[in-house]
Write a protein that binds this ligand. Structure first.
Ligand code: 2P0
Length: 321
């Protein structure tokens, strides 16, 4: 039987950057993210006893199945099956936006593969399974605002939804500074920071300290605090990265330009805050009434390279039209 699933990307407000256990994919800190409505991955999985190896097709192109296979091994172990699988994925993440898709990809794969293997995992157990594929995928099992508890073993490192006020119309703007493939992958990047940045331990401690205030700010509808904590977590992560040996940064000149423009808007009273991931693109956290004014402020510099999205739903099984 073929199962189709859809999962949405997420952007971390409180970042995940560094692992406590590479084997179990346990993070050094907890993290908090927003799941985005407009960017998602659809994946179909069929276990087929006649296949001699796993197959993986992404956006109609056959891919090396190594990472997918390694992930499916976890599913086969849980379900106690041996069959290989056909995995067909479509990324609905605008390629030009340079957004990472491993979060939505492994969340969709976790849901489709576990169901296709006959498992009916709880959402929390699904998030633990998705974690084995990519850390950020742990959070993409849930919609809205999500926390990934770092935990201390396989059972305790999972994601769950966070209470937010439904009246808080959060929006994320994605400014595409560059659509080039990222210079250093997240996985390698965070390992480099942990191994060579003297600020890594400080980053871990300072970031974990932002978790509890962010939970409170989200629950209390306190956008000024949500935004300030978001910018802090991101820039502290990038500061730890810059202090690597040899020094490195994901920033490009236009990254700083976008950040400055947002700061200018903030001085004018517009609630908007910047966050960045393992690349030069800038994501702007704001609320619905301010999307248009921010778009207008950024358009002279970035033209149509700005997308806006609201929060997205849980990962779900879909019926194919
Ligand atoms: C995050 N990022 O919290 C962090 C902040 C980017 C910067 O994409 O090695 O792709 O597969 O666990 O999940 C996290 O990197 O890395 C990530 P792996 P992942 O969203």
């Amino acid at each position: 039987m073929t199962i189709y699933a859809r999962a949405h990307t997420n952007i971390a407000l409180i970042k995940y950057w560094g692992k406590a256990d590479k084997q179990l994919m346990l993070p050094a800190t907890s993290s908090i993210s927003l799941t985005l409505n407009d960017f998602y991955t659809d994946t179909a999985v069929t276990f087929d006893a006649t296949l001699s190896e796993d197959q993986f097709i992404l956006n109609d192109q056959p891919q090396s199945p190594i990472a997918v296979s390694r992930f499916l091994d976890h599913v086969r172990k849980l379900a106690d099956i041996k069959a290989r699988a056909r995995v067909i994925s479509l990324n609905h993440v605008p390629t030009a936006a340079g957004l990472a898709s491993s979060a939505s990809a492994f969340a969709a794969l976790a849901l489709a593969a576990s169901r296709a293997a006959g498992l009916n995992l709880s959402p929390i157990d699904l998030s633990r399974l998705a974690r084995r594929g990519s850390g950020s995928a742990t959070r993409s099992i849930f919609g809205g605002a999500v926390i990934w508890h770092r935990g201390f073993d396989d059972a305790s490192s999972f994601a769950e939804p966070l209470a937010i006020q439904p009246t808080l119309p959060l929006r994320m703007l994605v400014v595409t500074v560059s659509d080039q493939k990222k210079a250093v992958s997240s996985r390698t990047g965070m390992a480099n920071t942990a191994a060579t940045s003297p600020y890594y331990q400080a980053w871990v401690q300072a970031n974990e300290a932002l978790i509890s205030p962010m939970i409170t700010a989200l629950a209390e509808d306190d956008f000024a605090t949500i935004g300030a904590l978001t910018e802090l977590s991101s820039m502290r992560m990038h500061a730890a990265i810059m202090a690597e040996e040899p020094p490195f940064t994901y920033f490009l000149p236009e990254t700083l330009r976008a950040w400055q423009l947002v700061q200018e808007q903030r001085r004018l009273g517009i609630p908007a805050f910047v966050t960045m991931d393992a690349g030069p693109n800038v994501k702007i956290l704001t609320t619905a009434p301010y999307v248009d004014v921010l778009m207008t402020a950024l358009r002279p510099a970035f033209g149509d390279r700005i997308l806006s999205t609201q929060l997205g739903p849980d990962a779900q099984v879909i019926t194919k039209e």
